[in-house]
Design a protein around this ligand. Structure first.
Ligand SMILES: [Zn+2]
Length: 333
């Protein structure tokens, strides 16, 4: 049994970044499964979507954006509270930092713990970690929908909450004029889903139904390539839903027959690995995903806070379960 390195702590190779102009004044930067970011030009201002893990990492994105436009950032929109998406916020010098109201609650409740947890799990994303000045706090929040008129003939940018999903407070950014949707971590394009803070049942049903109802022609997910055309958009949503459905089914079976969470992890890993094992962050996510859905089945509605310590405990408990199972198979041969 080869011990797996904790989460993504051994993933140290920088990904290739791709800057794309999706429509006139609409930009995305994808990075082979690292967190995606976007930007939308208003007539005399800029809206940025997601902030990256540190100001230094954010500046590399802003430098590319500044080759296209010098407009000031009026709104920095953060799809949810996770550290790798928000802690670079200070680099944007934004007039307003916009989140869902529940994201503010989550930052107050668990922002510090999440920072330590995510830094331990994926240190590569935290370029020059000392450049982070502190937690990122929203200055403008909403609960359902917020419309930003872009000015001129640019149409509106609609920010919307589609229900509980990847976290309790995810929002998406929708451009009706171009039918472009920035979906945050609610949809991943050929990258594993992180569900450690999720509401699996809501996400896999009504929330993804609402995401699909935008009928987008271009979708920028939280990770992975841009989905272009209705077929690719539908495929990205379907793949994300399938991952959730399989996780729910497999963990649910073991939970239902009175098994252990380590058994649930083994069963889920064995079933999903052939299809999803090569996708970015699959091995990283799965122990946390299984533990969270197990907690939900146990009746824990509000996700337990991940701390650097709890991360290591859960990881070790599930991998040890794996080692014990290998031993049993060995003995049975
Ligand atoms: Zn996230």
């Amino acid at each position: 049994m080869v011990t797996k390195a904790f989460a993504s702590s051994a993933d140290l190779e920088r990904k290739v970044e791709t800057f794309t102009e999706l429509a006139d004044g609409v930009y995305a930067l994808t990075a082979e499964g690292d967190p995606n970011v976007g930007a939308i030009e208003g007539e005399d201002f800029l809206v940025c979507f997601e902030a990256r893990a540190t100001p230094v990492a954010a500046r590399r994105w802003l430098d590319q954006l500044r080759e296209r436009t010098g407009k000031p950032v009026r709104y920095l929109v953060l799809s949810h509270y996770h550290a790798v998406r928000v802690l670079g916020a200070s680099a944007f010098d934004a007039q307003e930092i916009v989140t869902h109201e529940t994201t503010r609650t989550l930052i107050a409740e668990r922002g510090e713990a999440d920072w330590a947890s995510e830094f331990g799990r994926m240190p590569r994303l935290f370029e020059e970690p000392d450049s982070v000045p502190g937690l990122t706090w929203p200055t403008l929040t909403f609960t359902d929908r917020l419309v930003i008129p872009l000015g001129g003939d640019r149409g509106d940018l609609v920010l919307a909450h589609c229900g509980r999903g990847h976290t309790a407070g995810d929002i998406v950014a929708w451009l009706p004029k171009h039918k472009i949707l920035f979906a945050g971590d609610l949809v991943e394009a050929k990258a594993a889903l992180y569900t450690g803070d999720a509401f699996h049942d809501d996400w896999a049903t009504s929330t993804l139904d609402t995401v699909a109802s935008f009928d987008a022609e271009v979708l920028v997910g939280g990770r992975g390539a841009v989905a272009r055309g209705k077929d690719e958009v539908a495929a990205a949503i379907a793949q994300s839903r399938h991952f959730l459905d399989e996780l729910r089914r497999l963990v649910g079976e073991v939970h239902g027959r009175g098994g252990t969470v380590a058994e649930a992890f083994r069963a889920t890993h064995a079933a999903l690995e052939p299809e999803y094992g090569r996708w970015p962050i699959f091995e990283h996510c799965l122990p946390f995903d299984v533990q969270r859905y197990w907690d939900e089945l146990d009746g824990t509605d509000w996700p337990v806070v991940w701390t650097a310590e709890r991360d290591r405990e859960v990881w070790a408990a599930l991998q040890e379960g794996d080692a014990a199972a290998d031993g049993q198979q060995e003995a049975g041969r």
